[in-house]
Design a protein around this ligand. Sequence first.
Ligand code: AMP
Ligand code: MN
Ligand code: MN
Ligand code: MN
Length: 282
Amino acid sequence: MSSLSTINADLHCHSVISDGTLTPEVLAERAKANGVSLWALTDHDELGGQQRAKSAAQALSIDYVAGVEISVTWMGQTIHIVGLGIDSEHLGIIEGLRRTREGRGNRAKQMSDQLLKVGIPGAYEGALHYAGNHQLISRTHFARFLVEQGVCKDTEHVFKNYLVEGKPGFVTHQWAPLDDAVAWIKGAGGVAVIAHPGRYNFNALQMEELYKHFKNIGGLGIEVITGSHSPDQYQTYGEIAQHYGFLASRGSDFHDPSESHVDLGSLPPLPDSLTPVWSVFH
Ligand code: AMP
Ligand code: MN
Ligand code: MN
Ligand code: MN
Protein backbone atom coordinates (compact mmCIF):
# COMPACT_ATOMS: atom_id res chain seq x y z
CA MET A 1 0.00 0.00 0.00
CA SER A 2 1.40 3.41 -0.89
CA SER A 3 1.94 5.46 2.24
CA LEU A 4 0.93 8.62 0.39
CA SER A 5 -2.65 7.36 -0.20
CA THR A 6 -3.14 6.42 3.40
CA ILE A 7 -2.00 9.56 5.19
CA ASN A 8 -4.80 11.20 7.13
CA ALA A 9 -5.40 14.22 4.91
CA ASP A 10 -8.53 16.32 5.43
CA LEU A 11 -8.76 18.95 2.71
CA HIS A 12 -12.29 20.30 3.15
CA CYS A 13 -13.83 21.98 6.19
CA HIS A 14 -15.36 25.27 7.36
CA SER A 15 -14.73 27.74 10.18
CA VAL A 16 -16.66 30.71 11.62
CA ILE A 17 -15.15 32.74 8.76
CA SER A 18 -17.82 31.10 6.57
CA ASP A 19 -20.55 28.74 7.80
CA GLY A 20 -18.71 26.57 10.31
CA THR A 21 -19.13 27.09 14.06
CA LEU A 22 -15.52 26.59 15.24
CA THR A 23 -12.62 29.00 14.95
CA PRO A 24 -9.61 28.08 12.77
CA GLU A 25 -7.62 27.49 15.99
CA VAL A 26 -10.18 25.11 17.49
CA LEU A 27 -10.45 23.27 14.16
CA ALA A 28 -6.67 22.84 14.11
CA GLU A 29 -6.79 21.32 17.60
CA ARG A 30 -9.60 19.02 16.56
CA ALA A 31 -7.69 17.97 13.45
CA LYS A 32 -4.66 17.19 15.63
CA ALA A 33 -6.72 15.21 18.15
CA ASN A 34 -8.25 13.19 15.29
CA GLY A 35 -4.85 12.33 13.81
CA VAL A 36 -4.98 14.58 10.72
CA SER A 37 -1.46 15.06 9.33
CA LEU A 38 -2.30 17.24 6.31
CA TRP A 39 -5.04 19.80 6.62
CA ALA A 40 -6.76 22.54 4.60
CA LEU A 41 -9.40 24.97 5.82
CA THR A 42 -11.68 25.65 2.83
CA ASP A 43 -14.12 28.38 3.84
CA HIS A 44 -16.75 29.36 1.28
CA ASP A 45 -15.65 32.27 -0.94
CA GLU A 46 -13.30 33.63 1.76
CA LEU A 47 -9.59 33.53 2.58
CA GLY A 48 -9.88 35.46 5.85
CA GLY A 49 -9.12 32.41 8.01
CA GLN A 50 -6.06 31.18 6.14
CA GLN A 51 -3.27 32.81 8.14
CA ARG A 52 -4.86 31.78 11.43
CA ALA A 53 -5.35 28.19 10.25
CA LYS A 54 -1.79 27.97 8.95
CA SER A 55 -0.26 29.35 12.17
CA ALA A 56 -2.39 27.07 14.34
CA ALA A 57 -1.47 24.04 12.21
CA GLN A 58 2.23 24.91 12.35
CA ALA A 59 2.13 25.22 16.13
CA LEU A 60 0.65 21.70 16.28
CA SER A 61 3.05 20.24 13.66
CA ILE A 62 0.28 19.53 11.14
CA ASP A 63 1.16 20.09 7.46
CA TYR A 64 -1.09 22.79 6.04
CA VAL A 65 -2.19 23.79 2.54
CA ALA A 66 -4.23 26.95 1.98
CA GLY A 67 -7.72 26.29 0.66
CA VAL A 68 -11.05 27.75 -0.40
CA GLU A 69 -14.44 26.46 -1.63
CA ILE A 70 -15.77 28.68 -4.41
CA SER A 71 -19.49 28.97 -5.22
CA VAL A 72 -19.94 28.61 -8.97
CA THR A 73 -22.92 28.69 -11.32
CA TRP A 74 -22.60 26.17 -14.15
CA MET A 75 -25.40 25.29 -16.57
CA GLY A 76 -27.89 27.03 -14.33
CA GLN A 77 -26.98 25.17 -11.14
CA THR A 78 -24.72 25.85 -8.19
CA ILE A 79 -21.60 23.74 -7.94
CA HIS A 80 -18.61 24.07 -5.62
CA ILE A 81 -14.97 24.16 -6.68
CA VAL A 82 -12.28 23.66 -4.05
CA GLY A 83 -8.93 25.38 -4.54
CA LEU A 84 -5.96 23.82 -2.74
CA GLY A 85 -2.35 24.91 -2.32
CA ILE A 86 -3.16 28.49 -3.29
CA ASP A 87 -1.24 31.60 -2.33
CA SER A 88 -3.88 33.13 -0.06
CA GLU A 89 -2.38 36.61 -0.53
CA HIS A 90 -2.77 36.54 -4.31
CA LEU A 91 -4.70 39.62 -5.42
CA GLY A 92 -6.50 37.97 -8.34
CA ILE A 93 -8.28 35.37 -6.22
CA ILE A 94 -8.91 37.85 -3.38
CA GLU A 95 -10.69 40.22 -5.78
CA GLY A 96 -12.60 37.41 -7.50
CA LEU A 97 -13.85 36.10 -4.16
CA ARG A 98 -14.81 39.60 -3.02
CA ARG A 99 -17.07 39.89 -6.07
CA THR A 100 -18.44 36.39 -5.49
CA ARG A 101 -19.44 37.34 -1.92
CA GLU A 102 -21.00 40.63 -2.96
CA GLY A 103 -24.57 39.48 -3.65
CA ARG A 104 -24.98 37.52 -0.42
CA GLY A 105 -26.48 40.40 1.61
CA ASN A 106 -29.25 41.11 -0.90
CA ARG A 107 -29.95 37.45 -1.40
CA ALA A 108 -30.30 37.03 2.36
CA LYS A 109 -32.83 39.89 2.52
CA GLN A 110 -34.86 38.27 -0.27
CA MET A 111 -34.74 34.92 1.51
CA SER A 112 -35.97 36.64 4.65
CA ASP A 113 -38.85 38.29 2.72
CA GLN A 114 -39.95 34.90 1.43
CA LEU A 115 -39.80 33.34 4.88
CA LEU A 116 -41.89 36.22 6.25
CA LYS A 117 -44.59 35.32 3.69
CA VAL A 118 -44.82 31.82 5.19
CA GLY A 119 -45.07 33.21 8.71
CA ILE A 120 -41.43 33.31 9.81
CA PRO A 121 -40.45 36.88 10.76
CA GLY A 122 -37.01 38.27 11.55
CA ALA A 123 -35.01 35.70 9.60
CA TYR A 124 -32.45 38.15 8.17
CA GLU A 125 -31.48 39.50 11.59
CA GLY A 126 -31.74 36.02 13.07
CA ALA A 127 -29.41 34.51 10.47
CA LEU A 128 -26.99 37.42 10.73
CA HIS A 129 -26.68 36.70 14.44
CA TYR A 130 -25.23 33.27 13.54
CA ALA A 131 -22.86 34.65 10.89
CA GLY A 132 -19.36 35.08 12.34
CA ASN A 133 -18.52 37.03 9.19
CA HIS A 134 -21.27 39.36 7.99
CA GLN A 135 -19.82 39.31 4.45
CA LEU A 136 -20.65 35.64 4.33
CA ILE A 137 -24.25 35.20 5.36
CA SER A 138 -25.29 31.79 4.02
CA ARG A 139 -28.20 29.39 3.96
CA THR A 140 -26.55 27.52 6.83
CA HIS A 141 -27.02 30.56 9.09
CA PHE A 142 -30.71 30.71 8.13
CA ALA A 143 -30.98 26.98 8.85
CA ARG A 144 -29.59 27.49 12.36
CA PHE A 145 -32.05 30.32 12.98
CA LEU A 146 -35.00 28.19 11.82
CA VAL A 147 -33.94 25.40 14.19
CA GLU A 148 -33.62 27.94 17.03
CA GLN A 149 -37.17 29.13 16.25
CA GLY A 150 -38.48 25.57 16.46
CA VAL A 151 -39.54 25.59 12.79
CA CYS A 152 -37.56 22.37 12.22
CA LYS A 153 -35.81 19.95 14.56
CA ASP A 154 -32.44 20.13 12.79
CA THR A 155 -30.69 21.79 9.85
CA GLU A 156 -31.15 18.65 7.72
CA HIS A 157 -34.93 19.12 7.97
CA VAL A 158 -34.60 22.82 7.20
CA PHE A 159 -32.84 22.03 3.93
CA LYS A 160 -35.51 19.47 3.05
CA ASN A 161 -38.39 21.89 3.59
CA TYR A 162 -36.94 25.36 3.15
CA LEU A 163 -34.07 27.17 1.40
CA VAL A 164 -33.86 24.74 -1.56
CA GLU A 165 -35.33 25.06 -5.04
CA GLY A 166 -39.12 24.91 -4.98
CA LYS A 167 -39.35 25.65 -1.23
CA PRO A 168 -39.85 28.90 0.70
CA GLY A 169 -36.66 30.80 1.34
CA PHE A 170 -34.96 29.75 -1.89
CA VAL A 171 -33.60 32.57 -4.02
CA THR A 172 -31.82 31.82 -7.31
CA HIS A 173 -28.39 33.34 -7.33
CA GLN A 174 -25.67 33.84 -9.92
CA TRP A 175 -22.32 32.78 -8.48
CA ALA A 176 -18.88 32.91 -10.14
CA PRO A 177 -18.49 31.47 -13.66
CA LEU A 178 -16.65 28.11 -13.60
CA ASP A 179 -13.89 29.32 -15.91
CA ASP A 180 -13.22 32.34 -13.65
CA ALA A 181 -13.07 30.27 -10.46
CA VAL A 182 -10.59 27.84 -12.01
CA ALA A 183 -8.54 30.75 -13.41
CA TRP A 184 -8.37 32.43 -9.95
CA ILE A 185 -7.18 29.18 -8.35
CA LYS A 186 -4.59 28.53 -11.05
CA GLY A 187 -3.49 32.18 -10.97
CA ALA A 188 -2.84 31.79 -7.24
CA GLY A 189 -0.71 28.70 -7.91
CA GLY A 190 -3.30 26.22 -6.67
CA VAL A 191 -5.05 23.07 -7.82
CA ALA A 192 -8.77 23.20 -8.71
CA VAL A 193 -10.90 20.30 -7.47
CA ILE A 194 -14.58 19.51 -8.12
CA ALA A 195 -16.20 19.35 -4.66
CA HIS A 196 -18.66 16.55 -3.74
CA PRO A 197 -19.67 15.59 -7.33
CA GLY A 198 -22.28 13.20 -5.95
CA ARG A 199 -24.40 16.10 -4.72
CA TYR A 200 -25.26 17.69 -8.06
CA ASN A 201 -28.57 17.24 -9.84
CA PHE A 202 -27.12 16.99 -13.34
CA ASN A 203 -27.83 14.03 -15.60
CA ALA A 204 -24.99 11.74 -16.76
CA LEU A 205 -24.39 13.70 -19.97
CA GLN A 206 -24.18 17.00 -18.11
CA MET A 207 -21.74 15.51 -15.59
CA GLU A 208 -19.60 14.23 -18.48
CA GLU A 209 -19.68 17.70 -19.97
CA LEU A 210 -18.64 19.15 -16.59
CA TYR A 211 -15.65 16.78 -16.27
CA LYS A 212 -14.49 17.43 -19.84
CA HIS A 213 -14.87 21.18 -19.63
CA PHE A 214 -13.23 21.35 -16.20
CA LYS A 215 -10.28 19.33 -17.50
CA ASN A 216 -10.02 21.52 -20.61
CA ILE A 217 -9.70 24.69 -18.56
CA GLY A 218 -7.02 23.18 -16.31
CA GLY A 219 -9.04 21.63 -13.49
CA LEU A 220 -6.99 18.81 -12.00
CA GLY A 221 -8.87 17.12 -9.19
CA ILE A 222 -12.11 15.65 -7.89
CA GLU A 223 -13.30 14.80 -4.38
CA VAL A 224 -13.76 11.05 -4.05
CA ILE A 225 -13.82 10.48 -0.28
CA THR A 226 -16.03 13.21 1.19
CA GLY A 227 -18.56 13.47 3.99
CA SER A 228 -21.17 14.05 1.25
CA HIS A 229 -20.63 10.66 -0.43
CA SER A 230 -21.95 7.20 0.38
CA PRO A 231 -19.54 4.22 0.13
CA ASP A 232 -21.09 3.43 -3.30
CA GLN A 233 -20.22 6.93 -4.41
CA TYR A 234 -16.59 6.49 -3.24
CA GLN A 235 -16.45 3.72 -5.85
CA THR A 236 -18.28 5.70 -8.56
CA TYR A 237 -16.17 8.84 -8.26
CA GLY A 238 -12.96 6.83 -7.83
CA GLU A 239 -13.70 5.38 -11.27
CA ILE A 240 -14.44 8.87 -12.63
CA ALA A 241 -11.08 10.09 -11.27
CA GLN A 242 -9.30 7.23 -13.05
CA HIS A 243 -11.25 7.63 -16.27
CA TYR A 244 -10.54 11.35 -16.61
CA GLY A 245 -7.08 11.25 -15.04
CA PHE A 246 -8.10 13.48 -12.13
CA LEU A 247 -6.18 13.69 -8.86
CA ALA A 248 -8.34 12.39 -6.01
CA SER A 249 -9.15 14.40 -2.89
CA ARG A 250 -10.42 13.54 0.57
CA GLY A 251 -12.20 15.88 2.97
CA SER A 252 -14.86 15.68 5.65
CA ASP A 253 -16.68 18.96 4.82
CA PHE A 254 -16.90 19.35 8.60
CA HIS A 255 -18.92 22.40 9.78
CA ASP A 256 -20.00 21.75 13.36
CA PRO A 257 -19.72 18.94 15.96
CA SER A 258 -23.48 18.40 16.24
CA GLU A 259 -24.53 19.15 12.64
CA SER A 260 -21.86 17.30 10.69
CA HIS A 261 -22.15 13.53 10.25
CA VAL A 262 -18.44 13.17 9.58
CA ASP A 263 -15.75 14.51 11.89
CA LEU A 264 -12.42 15.93 10.75
CA GLY A 265 -10.02 13.20 9.68
CA SER A 266 -12.46 10.34 10.22
CA LEU A 267 -13.25 9.22 6.66
CA PRO A 268 -11.87 6.04 5.06
CA PRO A 269 -8.53 6.46 3.24
CA LEU A 270 -8.35 7.08 -0.48
CA PRO A 271 -8.26 3.86 -2.51
CA ASP A 272 -4.67 2.93 -3.27
CA SER A 273 -5.36 2.89 -7.01
CA LEU A 274 -5.93 6.67 -7.12
CA THR A 275 -3.36 9.47 -7.23
CA PRO A 276 -3.92 11.70 -4.19
CA VAL A 277 -4.21 15.42 -4.87
CA TRP A 278 -1.59 15.92 -2.15
CA SER A 279 1.02 14.13 -4.29
CA VAL A 280 1.52 17.55 -5.90
CA PHE A 281 2.11 19.28 -2.53
CA HIS A 282 4.88 16.97 -1.33
P1 AMP B 1 -25.05 29.00 0.45
O1 AMP B 1 -23.62 29.10 -0.04
O2 AMP B 1 -25.49 30.20 1.21
O3 AMP B 1 -26.01 28.64 -0.66
O4 AMP B 1 -25.09 27.81 1.50
C1 AMP B 1 -24.65 26.54 1.13
C2 AMP B 1 -24.35 25.73 2.38
O5 AMP B 1 -25.54 25.21 2.92
C3 AMP B 1 -23.50 24.51 2.06
O6 AMP B 1 -22.13 24.82 2.07
C4 AMP B 1 -23.83 23.59 3.22
O7 AMP B 1 -23.06 23.93 4.35
C5 AMP B 1 -25.29 23.95 3.52
N1 AMP B 1 -26.20 22.97 2.92
C6 AMP B 1 -26.68 22.94 1.66
N2 AMP B 1 -27.52 21.90 1.49
C7 AMP B 1 -27.57 21.26 2.68
C8 AMP B 1 -28.26 20.11 3.18
N3 AMP B 1 -29.09 19.41 2.40
N4 AMP B 1 -28.08 19.77 4.46
C9 AMP B 1 -27.27 20.48 5.27
N5 AMP B 1 -26.57 21.56 4.86
C10 AMP B 1 -26.73 21.94 3.59
MN1 MN C 1 -21.16 25.08 4.02
MN1 MN D 1 -19.91 22.46 -0.78
MN1 MN E 1 -17.92 22.63 2.07
